[in-house]
Ligand binder design. Structure first.
Ligand code: TYD
Ligand code: MG
Length: 465
C-alpha cells in the first residue's frame, strides 16, 4: 500500500460518544455530557482510507444469485455457550468485539477459547497489549491452556502487530485490549477515540483482506475518559458484552450486534478457580441455595435473558417500620416497578403497607427486567405480609396492570418448559395467555386474571398443604 504525505489536522472529539467537531464545545451536542470534548490531532491521507476499503471488498458488482456462501466457515471456540452467542461459532474472517468492565473476565474467556481453537489446529496469535508474556503464561497455566499453536506477543504498536501478522500468518488474532494499542502515525494518546477507531479500522482491514478472524477486547468505562467500545460498534461484525457483578461469580455474555446470527442469545458462565465454566442450566445456579423449608415471602418466578428462560427466587421482607416514612429497598429489581406493584397491592387488594417497611430481593445478584416478574414480586410481598407461604413447587408468571389485572407475557411456553425441567409441579400464568399449544405432562397450569385471585389461589395452595 502506498502512503501519501500525511496532512496534520486536529479535531475535537467527544470521548464518550465519538462526536466530532472542528472547535471546542463545553457540552457534547450528541450525548449531552460536559467537558468530554478533547482535541485530537491526526495525520491521515483520505486516499489511504479509501484504498483500504477498496482492498477489502470485491471491486466489481456481482449478481446476488452468483455470490457463493461457502466461505462462511465457522470455528468452534470449544465452549458451547460462547458458540451459541456467536450464532454457531466464530465466522472465518470476521471481527468480533468483546466489551465489558475491567476485571470481569474478558481476557480469561478469550484465552480459554484461544486454547481450544489452537488445540483444533488453528494458528492463533494472542497480542497482549496490557500484560507481559509472563503474566499470560501464568494465567494460561492456571486455565490449563497449553497448545503448540498458540503464540503470545506482548506488543502495543499496531504497525509491529501488522508486520508480525504478515510473517506469522495466523488464522486467529486476539487483541487485548484495543485501548492499549496505538498507531504511531497518530499523535493522540492510546485509548483516545481517534486511536481506537484507527486501530480498529486497520484490524478490520486485516480481517477482511487476509481472512484472519479477529477478536478484539475493549473496556467499557463509565466516566467515558477512555474511548469505549461504543465508538467501534458500527465498524465490527459482532459485538458481545460480557457482564456480571464483580462480587458474584456468574457472568453473562450477551450479543448486542451480530451480522452472522441473532442477538437474542445469552451465554451464562461461572467464574471459578480455574477459569470460566459454562453453565448450561442457569436456573439451577440461581435456585441452588433455595432451602427446602420455604419461608413466607419466597417465590420462584420465570424471567428471561434474551430468548432464554431463567428461574429466579424473589424474596420479600415486610415488617412494621420504625422510621417516620416506611422504607422500600429493592435489590436486582427496578425500584419504581416495585413501588408501582405495592400501590396496586394497596389499592386493588386492600393490603395496607403504609406503616410497613418492604424489602425485595432477586436472589443470586441477577437483574430482573422483565414485567413477567410482577406477579411473583406481588405474591412475595403479600405472602410475607400475611405470614403465609406460596407452594414451593409453584412458579409464578405474569405482568400486573394498574387496575390489578394480570396481563399476558411473552415466551410463556419456554418459561413453562424451564419450570418443568427443574421439577416444578404447578405454574401460575395469566389467563389471557391460555390456551397454550403444548404443555408438558404432569404440569398443572393455573390461569389467573386478577391479582386478588392470584393471591387467593396461591395462598389456598399453601394452606392445603
Ligand atoms: P480478567 O480476564 O483478567 O478480566 P478482564 O480481562 O476483563 O479485565 O479476569 C479478572 C478476574 O477474574 C480476576 O479478578 C480474577 C478472576 N479469575 C478467576 O477467578 N479465576 C481464574 O481462573 C482467572 C484466570 C481469573
Ligand atoms: Mg484483561
Amino acid at each position: 500500500m502506498v502512503y501519501k504525505m500525511a496532512k496534520v489536522k486536529s479535531k475535537w472529539i467527544c470521548q464518550t460518544c465519538g462526536y466530532e467537531t472542528s472547535g471546542y464545545l463545553g457540552k457534547c451536542p450528541d450525548c449531552s455530557s460536559w467537558g468530554t470534548l478533547v482535541e485530537e490531532t491526526y495525520s491521515k491521507s483520505p486516499a489511504r482510507e479509501l484504498s483500504s476499503i477498496a482492498d477489502s471488498r470485491n471491486s466489481s458488482p456481482q449478481l446476488l444469485k452468483d455470490i457463493s456462501l461457502d466461505e462462511s466457515i465457522r470455528y468452534t471456540t470449544g465452549m458451547l455457550e460462547f458458540d451459541t452467542v456467536l450464532g454457531g461459532g466464530l465466522v472465518m474472517g470476521s471481527l468480533v468485539l468483546i466489551g465489558g468492565d475491567p476485571g470481569i473476565g474478558k481476557s480469561t474467556i478469550t484465552l480459554q477459547s484461544c486454547g481450544n481453537l489452537a488445540k483444533n489446529g488453528l494458528k492463533t496469535l494472542y497480542v497482549s497489549a496490557e500484560e507481559s508474556a509472563k503474566q499470560i503464561k501464568l494465567r494460561a497455566e492456571r486455565l490449563n491452556v497449553n497448545s503448540e499453536n498458540l503464540y503470545i506477543f506482548a506488543e502495543n504498536n499496531i504497525e509491529e502487530i501488522q508486520k508480525t501478522l504478515t510473517e506469522l500468518k495466523p488464522e486467529i488474532l486476539i487483541i487485548d485490549s484495543i485501548q492499549a494499542v496505538y498507531n504511531p502515525a497518530i499523535t493522540s494518546s492510546p485509548g483516545s477515540v481517534s486511536q481506537v477507531r484507527e486501530c480498529c479500522g486497520i484490524l478490520m482491514h486485516i480481517a477482511k483482506s487476509m481472512g484472519i478472524t479477529v477478536l478484539v477486547i475493549g473496556h467499557v468505562t463509565k466516566d467515558g475518559a477512555i474511548a469505549g467500545p461504543k465508538v467501534l460498534e458500527h465498524m465490527v461484525d459482532t459485538v458481545l458484552y460480557f457482564e456480571g457483578d464483580r462480587y458474584k461469580s456468574y457472568r453473562l455474555l450477551r450479543t448486542i450486534k451480530n451480522r452472522f446470527g441473532s442477538t437474542n442469545d445469552v451465554g451464562v458462565f461461572n467464574m471459578e478457580e480455574n477459569g470460566l465454566v459454562e453453565v448450561s442450566n442457569p436456573s439451577e445456579l440461581f435456585l441452588s441455595e433455595r432451602s427446602n423449608a420455604i419461608a413466607p415471602g419466597s417465590v420462584v418466578i420465570a424471567s428471561s435473558e434474551g430468548s432464554r428462560p431463567i428461574l429466579v427466587e424473589i424474596q420479600a421482607l415486610v415488617g412494621p417500620t420504625s422510621y417516620p416514612s416506611p422504607r422500600r429497598v429493592t435489590t436486582g429489581i427496578e425500584y419504581n416497578r416495585v413501588l408501582q406493584i405495592l400501590a396496586v397491592l394497596e389499592k386493588r387488594v386492600g393490603l395496607n403497607l403504609s406503616k410497613q417497611d418492604v424489602y425485595v430481593n432477586a436472589v443470586g445478584g441477577i437483574d430482573i427486567q422483565e414485567p413477567a416478574a410482577d406477579l411473583g414480586i406481588a405474591l412475595a410481598v403479600a405472602t410475607c405480609a400475611r405470614n403465609v407461604t406460596v407452594d414451593p413447587e409453584t412458579v409464578i408468571i405474569g405482568e400486573i396492570g394498574l387496575s390489578g389485572e394480570i396481563r399476558s407475557v411473552s415466551n410463556l411456553e419456554s418459561k413453562i418448559n424451564e419450570a418443568y425441567k427443574l421439577g416444578f409441579k404447578k405454574v401460575l400464568v395469566p389467563k389471557s395467555n391460555l390456551p397454550l399449544k403444548t404443555i408438558p405432562h404432569n404440569l398443572e397450569i393455573i390461569g389467573v386474571s386478577r391479582l386478588l385471585e392470584a393471591i387467593t389461589s396461591s395462598i389456598s395452595v399453601a394452606s392445603n398443604k
